[in-house]
Design a protein around this ligand. Structure first.
Ligand SMILES: [Zn+2]
Length: 130
């Protein structure tokens, strides 16, 4: 595996969507490549930070279910949807932290952030398995 391939599969690793063979290849590469090792460590730290932020959010009753229905996620999410949900949660949390949400009123923005946090909590759990 090279650096470009590692960066391509990194989201799959973080979401535990990589198969065992890919996981081993990626871990071997990250172990021997300082740049990719640092990238992996940084992504893990970001996931932990976001997971803590998400866990601290008080989600109004029923909001997560409404958000899931709105996203058409009644069944288990496909990997691509999980990646999109994770990216959306990251963007929304970053936007909320910087108070740069454009259109929504404050109460609506809080609801959107809470929904993003709830989705993120279900998407990003932990780092790579040992
Ligand atoms: Zn590398």
């Amino acid at each position: 595996m090279n650096c470009a391939r590692f960066q391509e599969v990194l989201p799959l690793l973080l979401l535990r969507e990589a198969g065992p063979e890919l996981l081993v290849e990626a871990k071997v590469h990250a172990g021997g490549c300082p740049a990719c090792g640092a990238l992996l460590a940084g992504e893990r730290a970001l996931d932990e930070t976001l997971a803590r932020a998400a866990a601290a959010e008080a989600v109004p009753p029923g909001l997560e279910a409404r958000a899931r229905r709105a996203l058409g996620r009644a069944a288990g999410p496909a990997p691509v949807l999980r990646l999109l949900a994770s990216a959306a949660a990251i963007l929304l949390l970053a936007a909320g932290a910087g108070s740069v949400l454009l259109a929504p009123a404050p109460a609506e923005a809080d609801e959107i952030l809470a929904a993003a946090a709830a989705l993120h909590r279900g998407v990003v759990r932990a780092d790579l398995p040992p």
